[in-house]
Design a protein around this ligand. Structure first.
Ligand SMILES: Nc1nc2c(ncn2[C@@H]2O[C@H](COP(=O)(O)OP(=O)(O)OP(=O)(O)O)[C@@H](O)[C@H]2O)c(=O)[nH]1
Ligand SMILES: [Mg+2]
Length: 288
């Protein structure tokens, strides 16, 4: 039996959460076309008959500007410490030099596989150049071209990963998919809709707080607060005659019902908490 921790690192928007979902064959982490979507370390536990891999998706690596960012980078740091193998994800369209500097700065103490992502529409020359660029870097044990979105190269990657796992017994029971509570994922699904529906600073100044999660006989009742920083943002999230929040609620409820495989009653409230991103007490309350 082999068991180990495989942690995914990369710049914002490289496709880390998409990769976690592809590896798990299940949507655990929310994804958006905007940067800084993931704020927590999200573990996905993949158990087969002869191995268990605990994958971690992490927030994209950035220079912290708020306390919230510091918490996000702490999640990255913690993931650096318990990895058996690192997956360093690069968006092929991004600046390779910049990615290289970031990977070097991680000072990894474990082997790494560099994964060049978003390659489904890239010409052969660019792929060869990217492999050539990263292949000789000191942190790079192996390299692979993938498309997390199209699930290309994922099975081959799993085979590669197995070689790096230490011998050992599973860390989690076979049917566990993650270590985080169901409530967390419900909050994330609501947050994903905020990333989809609203532009500019709104997704970055929003947090979700699950007030109530109650399993009743016929449905699960969820009451959640959408926390924003300013009254003007509250008005935008509500929309004219509550149009936007209604849409948000419907979309999030559908996703949550699919995830829980249960009927859900979702009630949303918008609350203004000035500067919650800098407030230690509020950050803690919202799970950061
Ligand atoms: N074309 C293409 N797009 C991809 C691929 N993988 C991810 N994406 C897209 O890239 C965007 C970012 O994906 P995420 O998985 O949220 O990226 P992330 O690295 O987790 O981002 P943060 O959480 O912000 O650090 C989304 O629009 C994805 O659909 C891929 O293989 N090909
Ligand atoms: Mg992410």
């Amino acid at each position: 039996m082999k068991a180990g921790f495989v942690n995914i690192f990369g710049k914002p928007n490289a496709g880390k959460s998409t990769l976690l979902n592809a590896l798990m064959g299940e949507k655990l982490a929310i994804v958006s076309r905007k940067v800084q979507t993931t704020r927590h370390r999200i573990k996905g536990i993949l158990t087969a008959k002869d191995y268990q891999i605990i994958f971690s998706d992490t927030p994209g690596i950035i220079e912290p500007r708020y306390k919230l960012h510091e918490k996000m980078m702490l999640a990255v740091k913690n993931s650096l410490e318990d990895a058996d193998l690192a997956l360093l994800l690069v968006d092929i369209y991004d600046d390779w030099e910049e990615n290289d500097r970031m990977f070097s700065a991680l000072s990894l103490k474990v082997p790494a596989i560099v994964l060049i992502n978003k390659t489904e529409k890239v010409d052969e020359q660019k792929k060869t150049d990217a492999v050539e660029f990263f292949r000789k870097k000191h942190y790079c044990q192996e390299i692979a071209l993938i498309s997390a979105l199209k699930k290309k190269g994922i099975d081959e990657l799993l085979e590669k990963i197995k070689h790096y796992l230490p011998e050992g017994e599973p860390f989690f029971p076979g049917d566990d998919l993650t270590d985080l509570p169901t409530k967390f994922f419900c909050g994330e699904m609501i947050r994903e809709k905020v990333f989809e529906l609203f532009e500019d600073e709104i997704p970055y100044q929003t947090a979700i707080y699950i007030q109530e999660f109650k399993e009743k006989t016929r449905l699960i009742k969820i009451r959640a607060d959408i926390i924003v920083q300013r009254e003007s943002q509250k008005a935008i999230i509500l929309g004219e005659r509550g149009k936007m929040i209604k849409e948000l609620g419907t979309e999030a409820r559908k996703d949550i019902e699919k995830f829980l495989d249960h009927k859900v009653f979702l009630e949303l409230f918008v609350k203004v908490r000035a500067n919650w991103r800098e407030n230690e007490t509020l950050l803690k309350e919202y799970g950061y």
